[in-house]
Design a binder for this molecule. Sequence first.
Ligand code: UGA
Length: 468
Amino acid sequence: MKKGLISLLILCVYLCNGDQSITILGSGYVGLVTGTCLAELGNTVICADVDTKKIDSLNKGIVPIYEPYLEAYIRHNTQAHRLQFTADIDYAIQQAEIIFITVGTPVDSEGEVKLCYIHSALLSIIRVLKTNPSTRKFIVVKSTVPITTNQYIEELFTSHNISKNQYALISNPEFLREGQAISDFFYPDRIVLGSHSPEAIRCLRHLHQPIIENGVPVIVTDPTTAEAIKFASNAFLALKIAFINECANLCDVTDATISVLAKALGLDTRIGPDFLNPGPGFGGSCFPKDLKMLLQSAKKYDVSFHTIAASLKANEIQKHKAVKKLNQLLNHSIEGKTIALLGLSFKANTDDVRDSPALTILEDLLNSNAYIQAYDPMAAQNAQSLFPENNSLKYAASMQEAVKNADALIIATEWEEFKKMHLDQIAPLMLQQNIIDMRNLLSVEQARKYGFNYISMGNGSYFIELSH
Ligand code: UGA
């Protein structure tokens, strides 16, 4: 978080000037964060979802995802009667002047996007507009949709005889990062508003006014450009990670040091210091999916996008790097060894395991016939639904339990807890003192001090002390 919860709450009280009625269609991670933060700004918000189980648990105060501070914000706003949850989609649409669409847009293995959830949200809006022809709604698309989806939406509304007086469409892509979404909502780098309707732009500006007043730039454009901005942003960030990972791989086989390289690289203002941390590959519900979607769209328009194809390919290779390094450390004898896998989520501060590189590592270990003791502070339950416990795989209740009698430990996710591990206490618990640190959380000096063989990311062979 850029700021703590307390300063965020102080900011919100200060910012609070909302007076709009808002409905959020799709109460997943983006929808819940957006709806809750808009309520915090003083608006009346209904978060709707077709998943009745999810709505039931939200109504009981149980938040289905782990996102720092989200639960506290939800509690605060439901108690203040600014935030409610419902599975009655039509009711939710009827109540609001502004409808945010935040449903999922999953892709299949080819990168072909499934717009069925978007479609069904739109049909619900159309149904309500037909029964209440005198109402006018602002429809805000926040879901990541293929470029030109706004044109498809206009055509759909026209084909259902919905007049342009009844709605205005805005593309308002989200740039929230899981794990710091609340702070990203209140302190974004920019707000993108794409619409052909000046009234819609005014409405969304008004809604974001407390945030804009804080000095946040607003990019006003047409909806197609807004849709494209979202893809370009994610694709460029993914490219940066794929690039620094390949730099780290080069550092590994030369005597160069990635941390120094990344620092010097980032000091070039044309490049910037962020997103240059090497790791086990990028994952999550956005980068892999959005890149595939972008490639697929570009292909349809006969546009080649070699850089994006290359970053996806480099990332696929990167996800297998951890077990390659382990092979190097254990002299190609992983079979039958006990490996502690620390971290299962795709990054720290989330319980999300979608496309997590840690799960690729888990799969590689299973394929190598290792015994795995996995631990994650938040994501174990989600991982277990994909990889249930068996003879070769156990989920540990603590880091200490995971490393017990292990021949090696792999750090896959950059949880604070792992950064703070006391190697003097970890060493005696393990059978052999071997560490593969895919997030560069520990230092070689520390590892050496307690007799560990230590391989990290791009720190050169000079770091490695092989005892095998
Ligand atoms: C990403 C974007 O950062 C958000 O701006 C965007 O709104 C979101 O996708 C989305 O489209 O919804 P997110 O997937 O939550 O957010 O996570 P990031 O923090 O961007 O990390 C993505 C992956 O890159 C993770 O696996 C992370 O470990 C990896 N990463 C990130 C690195 O390996 N190195 C870095 O330096 C940064």
